[in-house]
Ligand binder design. Structure first.
Ligand code: UD1
Ligand code: CA
Length: 458
């Protein structure tokens, strides 16, 4: 078995998107198109990936994190020229099978990649082009079939009237024998209508040196869909959203209406979970079984257990355990864990904290940088005062503590197990287990005050 490597062509600037981002970072279901392509490669068992970046290559690098080779194409001289920029990567991986893809066609999938590779090996091809049959092939390179292989690809601009009628198009995805491609790349010229180095010319070059060229017709024509402008990007989003929802329906997830429901391609949802309209689930969010995700929830990289009920919750990077109920209008920020059967109510924000089992934080409360035990009750309007203007400090609250309404807990501070704070207290000292801390002056009663004031007015 040859090692499988991939080069993703991604140097396009995407002028027509009118975005500051490079085109390949434009998102479908909140995932950059380039990441869709990378996911497909990885699922298909490609071991090494090299991205040819150009415009906005720093942004491309940032978005990918480590683990990928990035090479630069400073001038956009065509797909053949782009691949040449990965020349060192190709030479270092002699003997491999090379997959070439476009960073702006996110629907390429592991099945198409795998089946094309099987044909590539079976036919002993030097190049196997992934093709698709389109109703409207305008703008694409047309595939010229010959015998059980192909004799070339002709671009729209160079195609004769007859060739323009061909509906089988080049998806822009290819398998090459790396060792055969390296010398062929050197021979590509730019004497064509666009004055570009066409990668597609490598086919005729390989054939003329006695190699074989084949084509794998993908049953799923969407695999070659790309986005060039906002309108096509929206169309890709619509198609992807429909497909994702279909998958979840098959897995037993319920929807009253899919209107306004946007679920990222990597989100996992358990059977029996019901999702309201206007819910957005992004990134690596995972939801368990028999949950209810109410309208207005936006969950990103959030882990949700089983039997959880969420109403208008915004969450980034939080973990919500089984049987928790949150909302409406609550905000969970990164590094937060809400343990089993806890309850959070309206206008509650939790950041970088653990909320223990069966703890209730019912209304208008901020908990930041805190470790809260189990069975704790928060009155309305509690604030953990975690920031002194230069540093953040932690608050620790023991099991079954009772935090009175409008308590300020000035961190660093510790509230003991089953300890109480009186309503309106600003707590600056640790409270021992079982104690009560009150910090307020006695109430002063001024008899008849209002009546006297009223008399004066008259
Ligand atoms: C290319 C193919 C065409 C195919 C179509 C599929 C060639 C000559 N033609 O045409 O047969 O049907 O894709 O979508 O290859 N890129 C670079 N650097 C460059 C030029 C392009 O990185 O200098 C990247 C683009 O960012 C894009 C991909 O290569 O991701 C394809 O380039 P594009 O200009 O869109 O090629 P097409 O003319 O559409
Ligand atoms: Ca294109």
């Amino acid at each position: 078995m040859h090692e499988k490597i991939a080069v993703i062509l991604a140097a396009g600037n995407g002028k027509r998107m009118m975005s500051k981002k490079p085109k390949v970072l434009c998102e479908v279901l909140y995932k950059p198109m380039l990441s869709w392509v990378i996911s497909a490669c990885e699922k298909a068992g490609v071991e090494k990936i090299c991205v040819v970046a150009g415009y906005g290559h720093e942004q491309v690098e940032d978005s990918l994190g480590g683990g990928y080779r990035i090479v630069l194409q400073t001038e956009r001289l065509g797909t053949g020229h782009a691949l040449k920029m990965a020349g060192n990567f190709l030479k270092e991986n002699a003997g491999s099978d090379l997959l070439v893809l476009c960073g702006d066609a996110p629907f390429i999938d592991e099945k198409t990649i795998g089946e094309a590779h099987a044909l590539h090996q079976q036919q002993g091809n030097s190049v196997t082009v992934v093709t698709a049959e389109l109703e409207n092939p305008f703008g694409y390179g047309r595939v010229l079939r010959e015998g059980d292989g192909i004799s070339g690809i002709v671009e729209q601009k160079e195609a004769t009237k007859e060739q323009q009628k061909i509906r089988e198009i080049n998806s822009g995805v290819y398998w090459f024998k790396t060792d055969d491609l390296i010398p062929a790349l050197e021979q590509i010229k730019n004497d064509n209508a666009k004055g570009e180095y066409y990668l597609t010319d490598s086919i005729a070059i390989l054939l003329s040196s006695g190699k074989r060229a084949g084509a794998y017709l993908a049953p799923n024509a969407d695999a070659c869909l790309g986005a060039n402008d906002r309108k096509t990007l929206l169309e890709l989003n619509r198609k992807a959203a429909e497909r994702v929802i279909e998958k979840h329906l098959e897995n037993g997830v319920g929807f009253v209406s899919a209107d306004g429901v946007v679920i990222g391609p990597d989100v996992k949802i358990g059977a029996g979970t019901e999702i309201d309209p206007n819910v957005i689930l992004k990134g690596k969010t995972t939801i368990g079984e028999n949950c209810f995700i109410g309208q207005g929830c936006v969950l990103e990289d959030t882990t949700v257990g089983n039997d959880v009920k969420l109403y208008a919750v915004q969450s980034e990077g939080a973990v919500i355990r089984d049987g928790v109920r949150i909302g409406p209008f609550a905000h969970l920020r990164p590094n937060t864990e809400i343990r089993a059967e806890a309850k959070l109510g309206n206008f509650v924000e939790i950041k970088n904290s653990v909320i223990g089992e069966k703890t209730a934080v019912a209304h208008l409360t901020y908990v930041g940088d805190s470790d809260v035990g189990c069975g704790v009750n928060f009155g309305c309007g509690v604030v953990t005062v975690n920031y002194d203007g230069s540093e953040k400090h932690r608050t620790v609250i023991g099991d079954h503590a009772f935090i009175g309404c409008n308590t300020n807990l000035v961190a660093p501070v510790k509230v003991g197990d089953t300890a109480y704070t009186g309503a309106g207290s600003t707590i600056t000292k640790d409270i021992p287990d079982g104690a009560l801390a009150v910090e307020r002056t006695d109430t002063k009663i001024v008899e008849g005050y209002a009546y006297r004031k009223l008399k004066k007015k008259k």
